[in-house]
Structure formats: C-alpha cells, structure tokens
Ligand binder design. Sequence first.
Ligand code: ISL
Length: 581
Amino acid sequence: GRGSPWWRSAVVYQVYPRSFADSDGDGIGDLRGVIAKLDHLRSLGVDVVWLSPIFTSPQADNGYDISDYQGIDPTFGSLEDVDELVAGLHSRGMRLVMDLVVNHTSDEHQWFVESAASKDSPKRDWYWWRPPREGFVGGERGAEPTNWHSFFSGSTWQWHPETGEYYLHLFARKQPDLNWENPEVRQAVYAMMRWWVARGVDGFRMDVINLISKVVCDDGALPDGVVGTDLPAGVSRYADGSPFYTNGPRLHEFLHEMHTEVLAHGAASGDVLITVGEMPGVTLEEARKVTDPARRELDMVFTFEHVGIDHGPGGKWALRPLHLPDLKANLARWQEGLMAVGWNSLYWNNHDQPRVVSRWGDDSAEHRVASAKSLGTVLHLLRGTPYVYQGEELGMTNVGWSQIGSYQDIETLNYYSESVSGGASDGEVMAGIGPVSRDNARTPMQWSDTPHAGFTTGTPWLAVNPNYPAVNAEAAVADPDSVFHHYRRLIELRHAHEVVVEGDFALLLPDHEQVFAYTRSLGDETLLMVANLSSAPAVVDLPGQAATVAGTLLIATHADGAPADGERVSLAPWESRAYLA
Ligand code: ISL
C-alpha cells in the first residue's frame, strides 16, 4: 500500500565478490570489478545490491571469517573503493546491503586474540570457553564440552592447550562463536553497524543471525544433543546440537535491542534500512515474530525449508529428485503464513546453494533457457522480496566436478575428509558432492566468450564453468529471448503492478506433479501464473480462471504458445505464462 517501506517493491541482487569480476588480474574478483559492472545491474533493473563479505579476513570461509569488521581485505580493495561503490550505486538509483557476520568472528580477530590470551582476559567471556568434560583429559576424544556436530564437520569445540579450555565454533575452527550473552559484545556489534550506516550503507543481510542465542544451563554448561541415527556413519559419535542454538531463548530480545540501538535510526539518506536475517532452521512461527513490523526486529528472513525439500535422509549430501507438490505446498504455506503479518524473502539461489536450473530445471541445451525462465517466473510473481544471485539471470548451471581436487569450499572439503575417513568410498562421496557443493554457485561469473569468460585476465581462483562460450552475459544481453531479458521483464512487472507486490496469494492445482499455478489478487485485479516445470507437455484445467486466461498476457516463455481454451491451458515443456485480468 501507499506509505509502505520502499523495499516491499524492491528486487535484490547478490554479488559474491570473489567470483564476480576481477579488475587487477590476480584471479580473484574485487570491488573495482563490481564498480565496473554496475551498468549490467542497472540494465537488469534491480534496486539493491547485497554484497557478500569484503572485510579483512584470513579467507578460511571466503570472507565469512572476519578479522576486522571496519577494514577491507586487500584482496578486494579499500575503504575508498567501498565509498565509490556506494556512490556509484546511489547515483544509479540503487542501494547497498552489507553482509553482517556476527554469530562468529575469525580466530584472528583482535577480540578473539585477546580472549584467547588468558583465562583472566577482560575479553575472555566474549566467546564460549568451556573446560573439558569431567573425567576426560583435554584434547582427547570425548572430552569436548558437548557432543555437537559442526556445520563444517567434526566437533563444534576446539581444544586450546595454552589455556586448558575449549572454544565453541558452530562452523569452522577458524570461526569462533561470539558470546551474545555478554552485553559488551552486543554493544561492540551495534557500534560497528552504526559506523557502516554512517558511511552510507542501506541495510544488512545478517549471517546465521538466528544462531546467536544459545541455551545455557544454570551451571553454565551447554546441553548435549540426543544421539540419533540421522548422522552418516563416520560422524555418528556426534549429535545434532541445533535445538540448543537455533531460534534460542534470547533471539527476539537481541534483535529488538539491535533495532532500538541501530536499525530504528534509519539510513544516512534518511530512508529506512532494509534488513534480512539468514535463518537456517527458522520456523514459520518464528519468522512471523521476527518480521512483524510491530515487534521491531527485522524486515524479512531467509527460510531454508524450501531449499531442504529435496534433501534425502542423509541430508544435503543426498539430494533426491524434486517432488513438485512438496515444493508448492511449502512455498504456499509461507506465502499464506506471512500474508496478514510479516514479509517473505524469495530465493532459489545464493552462494551456498546449487544452481536452480541444474537442481530443479533442465540444464540440457534443449531446455536450459526455458526452464531457467519458468523457474524465475514462479519465484518473481510471488509475494515478498525476490533475490537474484549473480549468474542466475544468465541461467548459469552447476559445474558438478567429479574430482575432490577441483573443489575449494571448506564445507565440501571437510565433509569429504570426514566421510572418507569414516569408511565411505571416494565414488559415493563425490556422487553426493557433485550436485550440491557450494562451489557450484561460486564458479566465476560468465561475462563473455573470451578466455576465463572475461572474469579475469589471470588464472581464476576457481575454474570457470566450461559452458561459458554459450552461457555468458554478452550473448544474453544481445539476445532478446535470453534468460537475462526475461528476468529484466519480471523485475519490471514488480515495479509496474501493485498486484505483484501486495496481492493476496492462492495456490491452484496443489497435487499436480508438473505444473505450478497460483493467483495473486488485489482489489478487482487478478494475476494468474501457470508454469510447466517438467520436460513433458502438460494440459491443465483451471477452475474459475476463464476470465484471467482471457486477460492480458503479462509475460511468457514461448512466443508461439497455444491460446487458452476457456479454463484449459496447454503448455509445452518448461513453458510458463502469467495473465492479468
Ligand atoms: O551451506 C549450508 C548448507 O549446508 C549451510 O550449512 C550454511 O553454512 C548455512 O546456511 C550458513 O551460511 C552462512 O554462514 C556460514 C557461511 O559459510 C555461509 O556462506 C553463509 O551464507 C558461516 O558464516
């Protein structure tokens, strides 16, 4: 509605700077590379750029391990480059969202260095230090304070012989968790956020922000996870600790405090900031609380339910083929659940997820373009704020290497070592890694058909996907039927039609195994989206939709699509259309 915050009609584009554009030939993308490509983003029509971390970092997790929140890693450039990026975006009518990674720091952050120096350090309590389990010698198997399994394999506890205690790291051992129970930690984070806001940033994407509050027992101990059978063989001595650090007891209190201390004051421009909390394990009920404007926490969250919908019993490393009705039911549940109160973020891809055209589309030469377009249509006409991950607008695909030596992602490498040392064969582990490794999303952006896809004049830090001669930005921009121009039109539709932004959502054909169909309605307008997400033709009857299919065709994948016949719509493989009446 009128007077609603600017970000409700915005589309966000994620830049993963290491893989976006390299200006100096060292093989790693950088800020001057991003600055050089702003017109690509402007012609796509996005409103906001979310930049993955560019801060000083040992790069153990590609910048999600920060050693100085107010410094820029020399790999990426300088503070002056950030200022120029902000100015370049603002002058083109776009805004900048920074990545806020404050569940953990790097172990090379000065805060941790001081904390680790001695048990009496004034900063000792800034992190989670705990003694070895009673009856065990520190460092030996089983002595860890809890049995939790790390997101990046192994224990969540690292033995520190110098002070005779363990520290907690939910991710890599170079990513110690900050202790948000300590008010000094929280104030230091808020001060750093205010510094970035004063410098001109327009918002924050908050890394794993629903993991900041942990369950602490009265005696200060953290609880053990229940040992189950759901962990792969090699890791079965660990348990799932997530109930004790996901959506923890003080999460809403901390987010509200952050709102009061920082977010409520708005951007330097005078506008409201935009905030999105990355929340693995978030439930709809928690998301509604976080995004209820009256509670003053965050604007939206990244849920993980839909990107877990094809996980097998072994988790993300055992992807199964998508069962479309499950995906539809899940997205519909979130659409409906955040309709009256709260707001959705909409995404298929980011730097942690495999490429959607390979995962749920068909990346063969025959269907790549149509399937990328139809998946885009399904997402972009939903209610919420869409996020486009770099290369998604080109229909970039998974690379799916079969040799572990090709990969660099720490999650992938640690999982490989843990599984192989637990007795799994290289072949079976690689069969799991290929379709889902985060490196699928991290191969360099494909700009042109020149060597290394025009990403760098040097040697890229991660190999370019060999399909770049066919899949690249230069070719896509020149071709009016490309995925790029389809995404550009989808973004235009959101800007042009209030029904795309605010309309109520209703799912059609919930059980259909090929077709995703829904309506959006606002006042007397109805938008109908119908997409065949399969490589076979489909014919559907849409009860009550005769008027909409006779309305204006807003966007379509196939120029020569069969006209609708009453309520009956016939769709070619991967064909989609949206009508407005
Ligand atoms: O990638 C994942 C899917 O298995 C998750 O485990 C992922 O690590 C989780 O979604 C949190 O992601 C965020 O925090 C991590 C960082 O590695 C990711 O890149 C970031 O998006 C730790 O900072």
